[in-house]
Design a protein around this ligand. Structure first.
Ligand code: NAP
Ligand code: ZN
Length: 357
């Protein structure tokens, strides 16, 4: 076991604060990673504050991890000391069920182990994520990073990237398809970049008029202010696919109306359990055989495919780097939709903090 500096929430109403955790010694199949950067996902905030009602405390969030391999177990074949690697939202799954066998560990029928807030055999009973200086992960859940630069901006691909890439691929975003992305936050801005790179006609729906220019810079073909009924009416009935990344409860009918016959809106945003979305109107679905679906991150094989696609297309996230100690301020800004477009923690700041203590 190795004592490792971290930041943790000790309860739903406590800020995320310095703490110390133990990391296991690398087993035969493990990769030990020195964490360089960790992205800040809205799921970190939902979890730290128990907004999904399932948080185990203490909670060390962080599942957009990029770092360097410092040691490998004796049976590790795919990684060497010095490699640049990533870890996303999962660190284990059963490996035996149909979903795991299909490479979709994210839908493991026995429940995958989350990088944080996952069950563990260790005595603390809860996995600890990337708001820490080091992590030890089974090589099956470690990703190769081919990007040579901008490693901080690669970190958000590990969750925001795959969570948007997977449904865009599943619902065939590509040339000839009109795709809507709802919400320009961490997930949404990756959705815009990826759908554009896949060749779709991309329309961004934002509640924030000050994000129009950024939407276009990020390669949206059109930007619509979703609070303006006239702008929304012009787009009605014209979309093949809508990817809804909004973290807050809202009226889903406004976006269902955008779909053509047989179009699908996929929800990836997950509001707090105590404040769910109001139910959409059934007639809005049945009159055009529209679908509402959901999608959860992506499997390891598809995550590697997404990372390689991004390296090939020169895609990274637009980020604002923060020191570890500013994490609670970052959460508050995230709640105000004031993120451009992903906070990433420079883990050197935590290493320095720990050294000074
Ligand atoms: P984020 O950076 O906070 O972005 C959310 C965006 O939604 C905001 O920037 C804002 O964009 C828009 N928005 C906020 N409140 C709104 C409202 N009341 N009505 C309409 N739009 C609103 O969050 P994120 O990290 O992208 O995460 C988004 C959600 O996805 C979270 O719930 C997160 O937990 C979830 N998530 C799901 C998965 C999965 O596997 N399904 C994976 C990761 C995250 P505008 O200013 O442009 O309107
Ligand atoms: Zn996430």
């Amino acid at each position: 076991m190795t004592k490792t500096p971290a930041y943790a929430a000790q309860s739903a109403d406590m800020p995320v604060a310095p703490w110390s955790i133990e990391r296991r010694a690398p087993g035969p199949h493990d990769v030990a990673i020195d964490i360089g950067y960790c992205g800040v996902c809205h799921s970190d905030l939902h979890t730290a504050r128990n907004e999904w009602g399932n948080t185990m405390y203490p909670s060390v969030p962080g599942h957009e991890i990029v770092g360097t391999v410092t040691a490998v177990g004796k049976d590790v074949e795919g990684f060497r000391v010095g490699d640049t690697v990533g870890v996303g939202c999962m660190v284990d799954s059963c490996g035996r069920c149909d979903s795991c066998k299909a490479g979709e560990e994210n839908y493991c029928e026995n429940g995958f182990t989350g990088t944080y807030n996952g069950p563990t055999q260790q005595d603390h009973g809860n996995t600890y994520g990337g708001y820490s200086t080091h992590i030890v992960v089974d090589e099956r859940f470690v990703l190769h990073i081919k990007h040579k630069h901008d490693l901080a901006a690669v970190a958000p691909l590990l969750c925001a990237g795959i969570t948007t890439y997977s449904p865009l691929r599943h619902w065939n975003a590509g040339p000839g398809k009109k795709v809507g992305i709802v919400g320009l936050g961490g997930l949404g801005h990756m959705g815009v970049k990826l759908a554009h790179a896949m060749g779709a006609h991309v329309v961004l729906f934002t509640t924030s008029p000050d994000k129009i220019a950024d939407g276009k810079r990020l390669c949206a073909d059109e930007v619509v202010i979703s609070k303006d009924p006239a702008q929304m009416a012009k787009q009605a009935g014209s979309f093949d696919f809508v990817l809804n990344t909004v973290a807050a409860p809202h009226n889903l009918d406004a976006y269902l109306n955008l779909l053509k016959r047989d179009g699908t809106m996929c929800l990836v945003g997950a509001p707090p359990v105590e404040t769910p979305h109001p139910s959409p109107t059934v007639f809005n679905l049945i009159m055009k055989r529209r679908g509402i679906a959901g999608s959860l991150i992506g499997g390891i094989r598809e995550t590697q495919e997404m990372l390689d696609f991004c390296a090939e297309h020169g895609i990274v996230a637009d980020i604002e780097m923060i020191p570890m100690r500013d994490i609670n301020k970052a959460y508050e800004r995230m709640l105000k939709s004031d993120v451009k477009y992903r906070f990433v923690i420079d883990m050197q700041t935590l290493k320095d903090e720990a050294k000074a203590a």
